[in-house]
Design a binder for this molecule. Sequence first.
Ligand code: RTP
Ligand code: MG
Length: 142
Amino acid sequence: MSIERSLVLVKPDGFQRGLTGEVLRRIEGKGYRLVALAVLTPTREQLAAHYAEHEGKPFYEPLVEFMSSGPVTAVVVEGQDCVKGFRSLAGATNPTDAAPGTIRGDLGRDWGTKVQQNIVHGSDSHESATREIGIWFPDLEG
Ligand code: RTP
Ligand code: MG
């Protein structure tokens, strides 16, 4: 894989806890480049598109509810193999299982909520990244 882009979201829990700068610091520290950045409160329509693969799963409704509950920071990240690389930085989906050294392992935990509040989202493949960047940054060139 060559230079590629990934779509990262600092989710409402991360935003509200003031962890946006910490997440960006880790992305830049890894050597990735920030291409676009926006603070916004997602609409249910955006989230339905973003999470289409999860529709019908038990955590889908609580997830959309949580993700639309407040501002997020959406970021387009660029670098060699950065889709896989950011997933390693983020750590396992469940913050309780996430290894120390990762964003979720160092900064996340189980809050006893219906949905796993795990600070960040990162695209899971090159194709997902292209699709997701189109949802969050429809006007982004290149
Ligand atoms: P993400 O998409 O946010 O980067 O995380 P992921 O790939 O590690 O996780 P995914 O399976 O795509 O799930 C999307 C988000 O849904 C919430 N979730 N909660 N059983 C649960 O309570 C549960 N399972 C998934 C998490 O916020 C997860 O990141
Ligand atoms: Mg995912």
